[in-house]
Design a protein around this ligand. Sequence first.
Ligand SMILES: Cc1ncc(COP(=O)(O)O)c(C=O)c1O
Length: 370
Amino acid sequence: MPNWDSIRKIDFPITQKFTYLDHAAGGVVSRPAFQAANEFWKQALREGDFRWIEWLERKEVARRQIAAFINAEPEEIAFVPNTSEGMNLIAELFDSKAEVIASDMEFPASTIPFLYRKFPVRFLKARGNKTLPEDFRKALRPKTKIIISSYVQYASGFRQNIRELSRVAKRHGAVLVVNASQALGAFPIDVKALGIDCLAANSYKWMLAGYGGGIVFVRKGLLRKRKPRFAGWRSVNEPDCYDNRRIDVKSEASRYEYGGPAFPNFFALGTACDYLTSIGKEAIAKRILSLTDYLVDELRAHSIPVLSPLEPEFRSGIVIAKVQNPAETSKKLFRHKIFAIPRGEGLRIAPHFYNNESDVDRLIRFLRKG
Ligand SMILES: Cc1ncc(COP(=O)(O)O)c(C=O)c1O
């Protein structure tokens, strides 16, 4: 069992001053991720581009770290600045005549890239904060080719059964696109075992690796189907030949990394993968669920209604509490150095593994004070 107290003390200095309880917004940066990015900046400060070759190699190490983290192949992973760019690259892979279905609770980063390209997107009405695989199955029509779902829903905390949703998609011959921003770093993801075709996520929430990074995963077979819409000098097989006429675009996902790389973001993200793996992906998920269990019990004990699904299989790191005036409450908490912001129909509380029961107690104390 990980020593949570010691991890908290060493890797999360924020805990000395603040009670940080919304990793579903922007997570804090863990010390190892900070050090990885900081090391890059120190090298750039002192040595400029002397380390260019080393950095390119380190970027491939980060790609392998990320691939291992979600059980993908390195050639199926591209670095992106955020989920939105990843989703745009995924949308590019398909013919815009293909019908898309998504829950009406879906985060806009998942649906806007498809709507913008004029895909017909059908929104399924969520039932009690959930859109289950069965709801998707019933909504399928012959022209439905793409199912989009968040792994964890940002405004309710509903955790989707991705394995079952993938079965629904496969039986119908549709592809499954997963927005994993609210899950990557909190719940183990194995793209092969879960049957995910495409996935996008960022580094700045549950990965604890800061703004500016993210990943897109595209299953190999799909990558080869269509050429990318954009290409740059680093999209080609031999970028260091500087041939300004020959278009020899790579077949790997790295073709989406068009130019000079955002090295520090990717190093931070790669390091975060190894860091979370060293703590234990299952242990992290269990710890988050035990903290949200405690939180839900405390909220209910103090007659504060919980709007997130309560069934264990749908639970995640996100809990929405129905408070009087979420915006005012959040401001009040903020003044007391507690971070939790309004989302959905209440206050969103999203602890990570380094939080503890005392953080929850502190929050409840201030919520009770009104
Ligand atoms: C499900 C989901 N996707 C994406 C994002 C953010 O998108 P991006 O990574 O493009 O900033 C959020 C942020 O709240 C989210 O909840």
